[in-house]
Structure formats: structure tokens, C-alpha cells
Write a protein that binds this ligand. Sequence first.
Ligand SMILES: NC(=O)C1=CN([C@@H]2O[C@H](COP(=O)(O)OP(=O)(O)OC[C@H]3O[C@@H](n4cnc5c(N)ncnc54)[C@H](O)[C@@H]3O)[C@@H](O)[C@H]2O)[C@H](O)CC1
Ligand SMILES: [K+]
Length: 501
Amino acid sequence: MQPILTASQIKALDAYTIAHEPIVSIDLMERACRAFVAWFTERFNNSFTVGIVCGTGNNGGDGLGIARLLKEWGYPVRVWLVKGGAPESIDFKINLDRLKHLGGVQIDEITAAPECSIFSDEDILIDAIFGTGLSRPVEGVYTDVIACMNTARGTRVAVDLPSGFMADEPTTGPSVEARYTVSFQLPKLAFFFPSSFQYVGEWAVVDISLNKAFIRQAQTSHFFMDRNTARSLLRRRSKFDHKGNFGHALLVAGSLGKMGAAVLSARATLRSGVGLLTVHTPQAGISIVQTAVPEAMLSIDGHASVFAGAVQPERYTTIGIGPGLGKAPETVKAFHKLLENFPHPMVIDADALNILGENRELLHLVPKGSILTPHPKEFERLVGPWQNDFERLEKQKGLAAQLQSVVVLKGAFTSIAAPDGKTFFNPTGNPGMATGGSGDVLTGILTGLLAQRYDTLEGALLGVYLHGFAGDLGAWEKGMDSLIASDIVEFLSGAFARLGG
Ligand SMILES: NC(=O)C1=CN([C@@H]2O[C@H](COP(=O)(O)OP(=O)(O)OC[C@H]3O[C@@H](n4cnc5c(N)ncnc54)[C@H](O)[C@@H]3O)[C@@H](O)[C@H]2O)[C@H](O)CC1
Ligand SMILES: [K+]
């Protein structure tokens, strides 16, 4: 699990590394430059012309070091120094001397609004004006240069952060809009937000060996999930286990015309290792579920087309509720009753969340330790609108604390907020999974894990990881465009096997 630190914590980490390890500041910068160049040379060969736009702080120093290394690799390199009032750092000056000493690289200064045509010969523009030192929105000549970079034909690659982009607060001023961002050591919080994609593009983190002990003990409530953590959460079965050890899940899902949601969830629950599964279905779903999911038992509702009746809560370890449920008045009543009678953690999704959003007085009945899995629209119905993604994150944490439950906000980098405020971003998954039924599969996985008495947070972290991983395996095999939710179920076994193997 990687902690996500703020820009000022990263500055402290930088200083700590220099103070406690046998490395001086300029050599640390050289490491950063080499790590960037290793990433760069893997993707772009030296037939591309490269323009490097540098500030005068350490991010600019990186840019100058990168210019020298790329020149040595045979790239046609040109450098612009943007001088808009920011002070010149010591390492910037050292790298400027080193670049001049190498020779063969044209270096021009920009002190006033340039003609944007200055960048027109460059196939690639490396952005090294500002990094984590940015403390306020850019203005003046910086704004002019950034505007020219954003309209230039070259592919923009940002060093550490796009210039003008804030790592820990909403970006309100102009910023470079990068196609790629190569960031040092740790991902920055804002990288995980949908609104940042416009600026950050695809991002990669390169290791520059900053002090690991400092990173481990740093105070943060934000983490980036990884494969090792997911692997460590997965329980192994033992020889004498029997189906009673793996719980009995109830899925309350599906209504007339939406029984597919129940089928997808049910299959995913079964593929996630549950001992026994019962599906509560209206009359309309009986033969559908019995045929499509023969492993599942049925709890049959008296109503023809929607969830309206009572279930026997004492029989079940957990309940997953919501996919394809609809919001009929009878369903609202039946859900209310279920919430009053079921004491164990539940997985609450889709229309069950919409019912909670429209009847917020029911929220206090959500059993502690439950998992809620809204997508952004469902989340907005629960908590109201937000101004920006930082505020959205705070609302997510707030809901998790209020309900003493885990709130999983679905999207690219699905975030998982625990009641104590810790939030985890998930690395797996792909845009092929933006397809109907994908969420129903997640509900099934989480229900399967909670039935096996996984701790709520651990189950949520593992389940979200596996769901994305199965989607990735499916996309590799079938392509993102034609991926469907059933494929995610199909590849779930592979995801479990690879993670556990
Ligand atoms: N920590 C690491 O892992 C390493 C980081 N490196 C690189 O260094 C930058 C951070 O460098 P720093 O000198 O602190 O800041 P910047 O270069 O981002 O900014 C320069 C300077 O500009 C001033 N300033 C801030 N905001 C504005 C503004 N809106 N307008 C004008 N001037 C502004 C302020 O004084 C800043 O200090 C990091 O991103 C990495 O790229 C190292 O190379 C090694 C390891
Ligand atoms: K930058």
C-alpha cells in the first residue's frame, strides 16, 4: 500500500533523504532526471524533436538535467527558460552550468509573452516550469507560456506535475494540459480525481529512492492500493473447510425487466467463494434465476414483479441489496422493514441507494460495517452536489463516518472510504468496464466476501481490486470496447487464481 503525501510532506521527504542518506541535493535531482529519462526513452525514440520549457526552481533544474541527458542520448533538444520572477534555485544553476558546458543545446529565455509559433518545430514539449513548489495560481508570463504550450502541436509531457496544477487543492488557475505526467516517487492526491485528467493525462510514478522509513511513518489518510496488499487480504482455504464456513448470502435484486441484474450479481457472489446463496426474487424472476443460476436457492416474493415482501433475516450472514430493484412504493416499504430487522453488515447498491437518497431518514438504519457502492450520480443523491473533487472526497469520508460503514465511490480509481477517514484508491479496472451490469457484479463480489465474514474494509478493498482485475483480464482477452459485465464474472476466477497463486 502506497501512502499519498502532500506536496509539503514530499518537500520534507526530499530534505530528510538528503539529511539522512549519503546523497546531496544535486545528485538526488540527477536521480530524478535519470528516472524521467528512462521512462521517456522507452516511449519516444530520438527521431523526435524535444523542446524543454523550464522554470527557475528545482522543477526547472530537473528540466535542464533532462535536457543534458536527452542530448547525450542523441535527441534533438532545445530549451526555453521562463523568467517570470520565481527565484533561481542552487540546483537549477548547477544544471544550467552543466548543460552549457555540454554544449550543442540552444537555450532561449522567455521574459514576456512569446509568439506561440516558437514551439511549432517541437514534436514533444517537456513541461518543467513548476512542480510541487507551486504555491498559488500562475500569472503573467507563466500564463502566456502555458497557453502557448497548450495550443502547440507537440505531445506535452509534464515533469512531476503539470505546471499550474495543484497537487493538494483544486486547480483554479491556468495549467499545462499534459498528455503524460511522470511524477517522482509517489502519486499526488489530485491525480486520482476525474477533473484532473484534463491536466495530468496518463500518469506514471518513477522511483527515485526517497527515504522509505520516512514514507512509512508519514501521517496521511490517503493510500494507493496495490497488488501485494490485495494478495495479503485474500484468505486461503484449508483442508477441512466446509460450506458452512463460507456463510450464507442473500441477494435482494431484480424486478420485472431487470432480472439480469440479479443474475449477474448472483453469479459474481458464487464466483467469490460464498458457501450458500439465496436470491430473493419476485414471481417474474423465478424461472430466470433458477435456470441461469442453478447453484442459487430462491426466496420467493409474493409480489409478481417487484421486491415487496418479507425475508427471513436470521438465516443470512449478509445481504446484498439493490441491483435492478426499482423504487416501487412497496419496495421502499420492504427495504425499510429489512433495514429494521437485519443486524449484520450489508452491501447496498443501485436502487437501494436511490431509495436511501430519497428517504434520508432511513440512513440511520444502515447496519454498521456495511458497504455502500454508489456511482457518482447515486452518491450525489445521497449527499447533495459538490463544488470540486476535493469536496466530493470530504463528503465521501463524511458519509462513511456518519454511517460507520465503508463508502465505495465507483469510477476510474474507485475510492474506498473507511469510517475513520482513511481513503484508498484502487489501481485496477479500465474504461471497458463502463458498461451496464458492471456494478451489479461488484455488488455480488462484495456480498460474497462479506458472507465469508471478511472484515468490512478488507472485503471492500479486496473486492474492488478483484473486480477491476477481472475487468482487466477480460479487456486483454476481448478488448475494452466489447467487454460486457458477464465477461467480468467469467474472468473473476482468473483474478482470484492469479492473486492467490
Ligand atoms: N521532492 C522530490 O522528490 C524531488 C523534487 N525535485 C523537483 O523539485 C520540484 C520542486 O521544486 P521547488 O524548487 O520546490 O519548486 P518549483 O520548481 O515547483 O517552483 C519554483 C518556485 O516558484 C515559486 N512559485 C510558486 N508558485 C509560484 C507562482 N504561482 N508564480 C511564480 N512563482 C511561484 C516558489 O518560490 C517555488 O519555490 C519537484 O516538483 C521536482 O520536480 C528534485 O529534482 C528531486 C527530488
Ligand atoms: K512541471
